[in-house]
Design a protein around this ligand. Structure first.
Ligand SMILES: [Fe+2]
Ligand SMILES: [Fe+2]
Length: 161
């Protein structure tokens, strides 16, 4: 992407991707430790990762994916992305339901990170370029995504409080 193009829907989604990658890296650095303080931090990081990913996946499914599906011919890209989201949600449910921060918990977070790396690569390298080459107004969509993200974040944070 040219640095001169204005930020659009894909820029926003990719900044979510980078943000969550940082959280996965932070988790990875302290993964495996038996210290109580580490377990607490891992639980908090995992909860943050799950929250961010849930909101991100939902705005993609509500706004971005349907618009891209209507605008491009390569529907297999969208089909695969939706299947991947289902696997991601399943792991998120397992992580959120886990009672112990143990080796299995670390393994779940690690596998979630690997799924996300793979999924993000496809969005970044295949889906976003096709969306940008289409007639979609991605600059207007950026605003729509931002508004919906904030709504969902408030709702979900409220539900978890
Ligand atoms: Fe994404
Ligand atoms: Fe996605």
């Amino acid at each position: 992407m040219s640095t001169r193009s204005p930020p659009d829907a894909c820029t926003l989604l990719d900044s979510d991707h980078r943000n969550v990658k940082k959280l996965f890296n932070q988790y990875d650095e302290i993964s495996g430790s038996k210290a109580k303080s580490s377990m607490q931090t891992r639980r908090e990081l995992a909860e943050q990762i799950c929250l961010e990913l849930t909101v991100h996946a939902q705005v993609e499914e509500e706004i971005f994916y349907p618009a891209v599906r209507a605008a491009i011919k390569e529907h297999d890209l969208l089909d695969e992305a939706e299947v991947e989201h289902a696997s991601v949600k399943d792991l998120i449910t397992q992580i959120q339901g886990a009672s112990e921060v143990d080796d299995m918990f670390d393994a779940k977070v690690k596998v979630l990170g690997e799924y996300i790396d793979h999924h993000v690569k496809e969005e970044r390298n295949e889906m976003f370029p096709k969306a940008r080459a289409s007639k979609l107004d991605l600059i207007a969509m950026r605003e729509e995504l931002q508004v919906r993200k904030e709504q969902l974040m408030t709702e979900l944070e409220g539900a978890n409080a």
